[in-house]
Design a binder for this molecule. Structure first.
Ligand code: CS2
Length: 487
């Protein structure tokens, strides 16, 4: 079968872009060109190009791996986006990505310095930045941050590249780009702004002041459940396009992007793809992080330990489904009212999405990077529940499930990798710890910067986590879940 290389190759039902890609120049550099970007921002940019044109095609950057470039470069950036829902499957070919740079810091820096680039978007995952999440600013022990601090003229990490590019643009009297974070972090624009400014200040105070005055860092909330592609994804892409497509991605029909409208150098007409522009994204982000992502993390750990490979299987397990409903309700209770949003409806829509029978989303995929995810997903609402005197049980159960998961061995004794950037620290902390709930809680909650001090110091919280964790260790995850649900 012929490889997908141009829109003229397409044969089959997949929808084609409604514009001529060659007629549009580049305006965006995206750092972190994985499945999520291809299912989300690139699709919305494709809609914007079709509706309103503009020079907004994307240079995609993979900072370390070469897989995306190997798949996309021979295809001139084209790929099939497959949407799978309970009502069937549809596909479209996306042409918004102009080229891909892989593991090439010098080429990335050059792209960031192109005066035509007006926006830099990012999906590098929570661990990719090197933020100091407790004190703000950057974490000097993060490997990429450490390397770039030592050698700021030849950076390879996110903060180093952004600061070096802004420095060059300032020296050349070019306008800066707008920096748009699209990772699942609370107030992600502020976090990134603080990280970039403090990293710049470590080398050049004037540069830091210029960035503070001139560069926009809008926050954004992104949402689309996107599993890693499988052989079935590529087979479906071939049916849909008549071509071999090694960059194909599959995702759910749902798509949401809420963005602060602060783009001094202009932006694509992302509204055409359904983006919503608001003055303050923070409450939307909190809603999504604590309800969708919080219940996702809980179901990932408890589901994985119960032997469920996919989220849809978790939803078919009555005890887990009840725990998810309970978690969603508890998370909603910790949120401020959002005009126009009914949180009960939002919860119901999430359960529906998790149930999607056509999406094979692995619990093991969601379980990765727990130390980077739990603070905003679980500990933040746990802390507000503690302050308000509301039940801690749902958040404590999720934390216990993560702690049980962190032992790295399932109930049948099979070992698995945690796939967490702090895996070595976790393993070291647990190596000398007896298999007892209190000892495990103490060892893991002592990981620096993980659990807010106030929560860690609360005897009520400790007791709330120890109950289910103790049951998981002595009677197993099923019995702990039954106890929670009263089954
Ligand atoms: C998931 C998210 O892997 C995870 O941690 O919770 O990737 C989730 O699927 C997305 O945020 C949905 O928008």
């Amino acid at each position: 079968m012929k490889r997908l290389t141009s829109l003229g190759d397409l044969q089959g039902p997949a929808r084609k872009p409604a514009y001529d890609p060659a007629a549009h120049g580049r305006g965006i550099v995206h750092l972190g060109i994985g499945a999520f970007h291809r299912a989300h921002q690139a699709a919305m940019t494709d809609d914007a190009l079709a509706a309103s044109g503009g020079d907004w095609r994307i240079t995609g950057v993979s900072l370390r791996s070469t897989g995306a470039a190997e798949a996309m470069t021979p295809q001139n950036g084209l790929y099939t986006l497959i949407e799978r829902g309970a009502r069937g499957t549809s596909a479209r070919v996306i042409a918004a990505i102009r080229d891909v740079i892989a593991a090439d810091p010098a080429a990335t820096l050059a792209a960031l310095c192109d005066p035509l680039v007006r926006i830099v978007t990012l999906t590098v995952t929570e661990k990719g930045y090197g933020f100091d999440r407790i004190n703000g600013g950057f974490d000097a022990t993060h490997p990429a941050v450490r390397a770039d601090l030592a050698n700021p003229a030849a950076p390879s990490g996110v903060l180093g590249l952004l600061v070096a590019a802004l420095k060059q643009r300032r020296a050349a009297r070019q306008a800066p780009f707008t920096v748009l974070c699209c990772d699942n972090l609370p107030e992600n624009g502020h976090l990134l702004r603080n990280g970039v400014i403090s990293f710049a200040a470590a080398q050049d105070r004037e540069l830091a002041d210029w960035i503070a005055a001139e560069v926009a860092f809008p926050s954004s909330m992104v949402d689309r459940i996107t599993p890693a592609p499988t052989a079935e994804t590529f087979a479906e892409a071939a049916r849909q396009t008549g071509c071999e497509d090694l960059a194909a991605i599959e995702t759910e029909p749902f798509l949401q992007w809420v963005i602060e409208d602060h783009f001094p150098q202009g932006r694509p007409n992302w509204e055409a793809g359904g983006a919503i522009f608001v003055a303050d994204v923070a409450p939307y982000e909190r809603m999504k992080l604590t309800m969708l992502n919080g219940s996702h993390s809980m179901l990932a750990y408890a589901g994985f330990l119960s032997g469920h490979r996919y989220v849809r299987d978790v939803m078919g397990d009555p005890e887990l489904a009840a725990l998810i409903a309970r978690h969603l309700q508890a998370a909603a209770a910790e949120l401020p009212a959002l005009p126009g949003i009914d949180l009960a409806d939002y919860a119901q829509a999430l359960e529906q999405r998790f149930r999607n029978p056509a999406i094979a989303h692995e619990t093991y995929q969601i379980a990765m990077d727990g130390t980077q995810k739990l603070p905003q997903r679980i500990f933040q609402p746990a802390l507000t529940a503690l302050h308000a005197g509301r039940s801690l049980a749902p958040f404590a159960f999720a934390t216990a499930a993560w702690m049980r998961y962190a032992l790295g061995q399932d109930e049948a004794g099979t070992a698995y990798a945690l796939r967490d950037p702090r895996e070595d620290e976790i393993t070291a902390a647990l190596a000398t710890t007896p298999r007892e709930a209190g000892a495990i809680f103490d060892a893991l909650s002592a990981l620096p910067g993980l659990m807010p001090d106030e929560l860690r110091a609360s005897p009520q919280w400790r007791a709330a986590v120890l109950q289910p964790l103790g049951r998981m260790l002595t009677d197993g995850i099923r019995s702990a879940m039954q106890h929670e649900t009263g089954a």
